[in-house]
Design a protein. Structure first.
Length: 88
C-alpha cells in the first residue's frame, strides 16, 4: 500500500509557527465512513478485518515504541535501561 501507517511525527507548524499542544488536541480529522473497514458480527463479538500488511507494520512499530509509566517512591533507586528492558 502507498499510505503510511504511522505518519511522520515531527512537529507540525501553523502559518510558520509551531503548533501548541492544545492546538494539536483541538484538531479533528473527518474520515469518511467509506474509508473504514466494514464491521461484522461473529457470535457475540464485533469483528473488523485488518489488512495483514498494516497489521505487520503496526506490530513492527510496537516492538520499538513501547509506552508505559513507572512510579518510583521517594528514595527508590532509578532503573537502568537494562532493568527496564528486563522488566518488559
Amino acid at each position: 500500500m502507498d499510505r503510511e501507517v504511522f505518519p511522520n511525527t515531527k512537529a507540525s507548524t501553523v502559518s510558520g509557527k509551531r503548533k501548541t499542544f492544545a492546538h494539536v488536541l483541538g484538531n479533528t480529522c473527518d474520515i469518511p465512513l467509506s474509508h473504514l473497514p466494514t464491521p461484522c458480527i461473529k457470535g457475540d463479538m464485533v469483528v473488523v478485518r485488518v489488512d495483514e500488511e498494516d497489521y505487520l507494520a503496526s506490530l513492527e512499530y510496537c516492538k520499538t515504541h513501547l509506552h508505559g509509566q513507572i512510579f518510583l517512591s521517594k528514595g527508590d533507586k532509578p532503573f537502568t535501561h537494562f532493568d527496564l528492558t528486563k522488566e518488559v
